[in-house]
Design a protein around this ligand. Structure first.
Ligand SMILES: [Zn+2]
Length: 81
């Protein structure tokens, strides 16, 4: 599972947006997003979602659980068993 580059990239999209990654990790994600349409779509969606949430909440910090619920509602994904 860990050999799948998409699997690793998915987990790094959030910290990538939070600027919480090392330079090496950022470089890895940058490279993967350029090559992988699936992960790039996901990244663009997450980035837009954050912008919308920030606008709605006037810059207040947003609980992570709220973003997760919003994401599930937005794209109908059901990752959580
Ligand atoms: Zn990917």
């Amino acid at each position: 599972m860990s050999a799948d580059p998409c699997h690793g990239a998915e987990h790094l999209v959030q910290p990538y947006l939070d600027r919480a990654l090392t330079e090496a990790e950022v470089a890895r994600i940058d490279g993967h997003l350029r090559e992988c349409e699936y992960c790039n779509d996901r990244y663009v969606f997450e980035r837009r979602l954050r912008e919308v949430v920030r606008d709605c909440c006037c810059g207040d910090p947003v609980p992570a659980g709220f973003v997760d619920r919003l994401r599930l509602r937005c794209c109908g994904q059901d990752d959580v068993a």
